[in-house]
Design a protein around this ligand. Structure first.
Ligand SMILES: *Cc1c(COP(=O)(O)O)cnc(C)c1O
Length: 410
């Protein structure tokens, strides 16, 4: 199939893909380098472009669409709530928050929750909570709290979060950077223990590093990290924004080991792919460090978000999507490993969060797959991330696998 979707100098007919992307690029910031496919509608695991071509979505908006696109139950909750009340601010209460709190704390087994909107905001929230814990519980001197973070981390794009990125492009032009973070190699509990000081408030980590290229830490890392945090009195904070809510075959990617973190950060699929909802979960005692006025968000915990998040969680539970991700993920990984291609260096991941690392840049392969009707995206240059919605059928995975094999062995 020849691609009609590359930018062109010649004027395109209004409303065509070429016209839309030219107009978008003329006025918008160029802070992304998207694959040129202009999506017009979506259902389940499939999306359709402006020319009516269909594609299997193997990215799921970086795991924000675990439940599949436009899930009828989530859209139902959205539209029903949209006609009742959408925003009260937290100056008043709303009748949807209690049920959302009950559902999210029951399913993730935590005592307390604070709702936010984007993932980055929820990470910022967890950092504020950890710092307050350091000063009020651990007795760290004012402004001295340190948080240990990992090489290759991705926690979002705010000025504080990029301050401790190991990616030069994310931070070098955006200083002055926020102090108070110490970075160590990922997956190395001994390095974390060596970096701990009396001022350490917390260790912030991703149980699998998605943006870094689907990096799975060594077996036992989380258990060892739990031990380190217990020995030295530091909060263990899991960023499960991309890995949580079923993606890796468990409710949380950290559930693959018995160790439990003190604080868990959720986002992405919490909004079912229809609305931004994030949250931080903690014990009652830790959450109670936040007093009225310490933190907040105009849209955080709004009734529309609460209704959408509750439905999004109920879909994951009622459709047994974590177990489905485990089963389909194993199948997909096995089939990918069986592809005989000298271009493939490694296939890794858990559940339906899979990285196919190539010996060469992955972009061309993602573009070739797009032309064959499979949407995925390179991460860190040489890795193709495959993360289809958890509702994807085995037949649809087989359909994608045929095309992936075709592209990798061409
Ligand atoms: C996407 C992501 C974030 C940031 O979430 P936004 O909603 O884009 O702010 C933070 N941490 C991880 C692990 C993520 O994958």
């Amino acid at each position: 199939m020849t691609s009609t979707l590359e930018p062109t100098q010649t004027p395109a007919r209004p409303g065509t893909a070429a016209d839309l992307l030219r107009r978008e690029d003329a006025l918008g910031a160029h802070n992304y380098k998207p694959l040129n496919v202009v999506i017009q509608r979506a259902q389940g695991s499939w999306v359709w472009d402006t020319d009516g071509r269909r594609y299997l979505d193997c990215l799921s908006a970086y795991s924000a669409v675990n439940q599949g696109h436009c899930h009828p139950r989530i859209i139902g909750a959205l539209t029903e709530q949209a006609q009742q009340v959408t925003l009260t601010s937290r100056a008043f209460r709303n009748d949807r928050l209690a049920a959302f709190y009950e559902t999210v704390t029951r399913l993730l087994n935590f005592e307390a929750v604070i709702p936010m909107n984007t993932g980055a905001e929820a990470v910022e929230t967890a950092i504020k909570l950890a710092r307050k814990w350091a000063y009020e519980v651990k007795g760290v001197a004012p402004h001295q709290a340190e948080i240990i973070v990992m090489d290759g981390n991705f926690h979002g794009r705010t000025t504080t979060l990029v301050s401790f990125s190991s990616e030069g492009q994310y931070k070098d032009a955006f200083g002055p950077l926020t102090p108070g973070f110490v970075r160590v190699p990922y997956g190395d509990a001994a390095a974390i223990e060596a970096a701990i000081t009396p001022n350490t408030a917390a260790v912030l980590y991703e149980p699998i590093q998605g943006e870094a290229g689907v990096i799975v830490p060594p077996e036992g890392f989380l258990t060892a990290l739990r031990g380190v945090c217990d020995r030295h009195g530091a909060l263990m904070i899991a960023d499960e924004i991309q890995t949580g809510l079923g993606r890796t075959g468990q409710w949380l990617a950290g559930d693959h080991e018995p160790a439990r973190p003190d604080v868990v950060i959720l986002g992405k699929a919490l909004g079912g792919g229809v609305y931004p909802v994030s949250a931080v979960l903690a014990s009652r005692a830790v959450m109670d460090l936040f007093q009225p006025g310490d933190h907040g968000s105009t849209f955080g915990g709004n009734p529309l978000a609460a209704a959408v998040a509750q439905a999004s969680l109920e879909v994951l539970e009622d459709e047994n999507l974590p177990a489905r991700a485990a089963e389909l993920g194993e199948y997909l990984r096995d089939r990918l490993r069986a592809i005989n291609s000298p271009r493939v260096k490694e296939v890794r991941g858990r559940g339906l969060l899979i990285g196919v690392e190539l010996h060469e840049p992955a972009r061309l392969y993602c573009e070739a797959l797009r032309d064959l009707g499979v949407l995925c995206k390179e991460t860190h240059e040489t890795t193709m991330r495959l993360a289809p919605p958890l509702v994807t059928s085995r037949e649809d995975l087989d359909w994608a696998l045929e095309r992936i094999e075709q592209v990798l062995t061409a």
